[in-house]
Unconditional design. Structure first.
Length: 451
């Protein structure tokens, strides 16, 4: 197994960890900007860039159809008839009728003509006798027009329901599962995940966001993959596999608790005097828990789409995220007046125009998150999905809290303690043990049996 996917995943986690610190700073410079407006411009830039690069490096790739096409099979009889018409003597001579068959057809036609004349004569005689013995018929009572209209409307409604049910069942049978998987992955990874992450980052802190975006993801993804039977536990080293996973998660939690206790990282300068609202802190963690579900779903779906080019696939997913973001803003503006997303479509566009024209920090942050944190990281994940399992890919997210602590030490001057160092060592040991077990199983699986 090549080492290149592991190095690529480490670079992706470095970009993501840097955004935990930079994203908090960027979003505080534009407090009037709602998260959905930021996601709208980010998905637009990322999808445009990735689709252009995919067109250049991977060639034109068509998006799979939503409904499967039915293949029309040609019947053998039609082919035989065409051959018989075009052929001159052999097959055409066998199809020419004989004289005896012509005489039998003429005789049958004459018999049928005589029968029709007899039937016509009997009907005329019956009408003459009925005219002498005709009894007056009773008139039927006319039913009211209202009841007829009601029965007609009810029957028409039932007919429409029946036809719609048949049409829906037919469409469901013809649905293309690959197209649905791409749409679901784009909605989960490019719309729900950044929405939960950005909202939770504003409400809490970079370190807390790095924990939910880091060690909680491999734990949730591994449990989901085992429950859905997409992956299996190690048959040779089951306890070592689970122990290494828990060691990596526990090391990240140690780093979090050390930073939380000594640095009081979840409070900014304004909140240290007034005190942070506990309800806001709880709500932020609840929102960040959606990151685990969204990322796990994206990783599991990407594993089923490894036969697509990684850059083009990621561009499709970002495009689906942009369409979903724009559609949700439009529907919320028309129906709910901005209560669901926090702003209407017009307000989101005006906020983006003001932020892009007045804040250089926001311009730098948007392009950094769109190109590196969004486009490059998800393209790396798509590339790694074709070489590694989903649980291995998500395990690298556990190194985000240690990387975030190192970047905070470099950029903000926060010191290290023995607890942080211990947590980083636990994360490194857990990741090395988990990936080593996977590599051993892959080696034994693909090894050719001896003579």
């Amino acid at each position: 197994m090549s080492v290149l996917p592991f190095l690529a995943l480490l670079c992706a986690q470095l970009f993501t960890s840097s955004w935990h610190v930079l994203g908090k700073h960027v979003m505080t410079t534009v407090p009037y900007l709602t998260p959905i407006a930021y996601i709208l411009v980010r998905t637009l830039i990322s999808s445009t860039l990735l689709l252009t690069l995919g067109r250049i490096y991977e060639g034109p790739v068509t998006f799979p159809r939503l409904f499967k096409q039915k293949t029309k099979e040609k019947s053998p009889q039609s082919g035989i008839s065409m051959i018989s018409i075009e052929s001159g003597n052999s097959i055409g001579m066998t199809m020419s009728p004989s004289a005896s068959t012509i005489e039998s057809m003429c005789s049958s036609i004459s018999v049928t003509d005589k029968k029709m004349e007899d039937l016509h004569s009997t009907k005329s005689s019956q009408q003459q006798t009925d005219s002498h013995f005709h009894r007056p018929r009773r008139r039927k009572r006319n039913s009211p027009q209202g009841s007829n209209c009601c029965t007609y409307i009810i029957s028409y409604i039932f007919y429409l329901l029946l036809m719609s049910q048949k049409e829906c069942s037919r469409l469901l049978k013809n649905l293309n599962t690959e197209a649905l998987q791409i749409i679901a992955a784009g909605t989960a990874g490019m719309l729900l995940l950044p929405s939960c992450y950005t909202t939770g980052l504003i409400m809490t802190s970079p370190t807390i966001a790095s924990v939910w975006d880091g060690p909680m993801i491999p734990l949730g993804c591994f449990c989901a993959a085992v429950l859905l039977k997409l992956e299996k536990r190690s048959e040779q080293y089951p306890l070592a596999q689970v122990g290494s996973l828990l060691l990596a998660v526990g090391g990240s939690l140690i780093v979090l608790m050390a930073d939380f206790i000594h640095g009081n990282d979840h409070k900014n300068a304004a909140e240290k005097g007034a005190g942070m609202d506990h309800m806001q802190f709880i709500q932020g963690n609840m929102v960040l828990s959606g990151v685990v579900a969204a990322y796990s779903a994206t990783a599991l779906l990407q594993k089923q789409l490894t036969h697509y080019p990684p850059i083009t696939l990621t561009g499709w997913m970002f495009g689906i995220g942009f369409i979903g973001c724009f559609g949700s803003l439009l529907l919320d503006s028309v129906l709910l007046g901005g209560t669901l997303t926090g702003c209407t479509l017009g307000q989101a566009l005006s906020q983006l125009h003001l932020a892009l024209t007045t804040s250089p920090t926001f311009r730098f942050g948007v392009f950094y998150s769109a190109y590196l944190v969004g486009g490059a990281c998800f393209a790396i994940a798509s590339y790694a999905s074709s070489h590694l399992e989903s649980s291995v890919i998500t395990l690298f997210a556990a190194c985000q809290p240690p990387m975030t602590a190192v970047l905070e030490w470099i950029w903000e001057g926060k010191g290290f303690g023995w607890k942080k160092v211990l947590g980083m060592c636990c994360v490194c040991c857990g990741m090395c043990g988990f990936t080593y077990i996977k590599r051993i199983e892959s080696y034994h699986k693909h090894r050719k049996p001896g003579p």
